[in-house]
Design a protein around this ligand. Sequence first.
Ligand SMILES: [Zn+2]
Length: 150
Amino acid sequence: MPDNFIFCSKCGAQNAASIQFCQNCGVGLSSGLTPAPPAPIPSAAAQGYAPARAVAYAAPGVQYGGFWIRFLAHIIDHLILGAVAAPFFFIMVLPTILRVVNETQHDQEPSPEVIFAIISSVSLYACLAFVGNWLYEALLTSSSWQGTIG
Ligand SMILES: [Zn+2]
């Protein structure tokens, strides 16, 4: 009578259909309610994310540290931004400052349009720096790095 027997899906051993677990290997048989083997599967699946993250965070050389590491990362970010922004600063702001220095060295009062040029260039630079900083953080935090370089 084939219905009285069931073959283990794992080891292939023949087991009586009335029992729930393979007598050979102990795996749950598919005929009955087999709570014991499937039971760890949902919990493992539910907890699978946490161990995976733990392993990722425990990767060599990667430490998610406290205040000082974040502080250092902040400094690194701003050094990078400063390195990017420095050429803009020299291109935009420095010529107007040099004009003022040149005029004052010749005992001239800085002309209003030069002062206005300085103010406008500095404010334009500040706007660009703000937008650049915003783009930097927005792009990097949304990138695959999930964070800024620092
Ligand atoms: Zn078995």
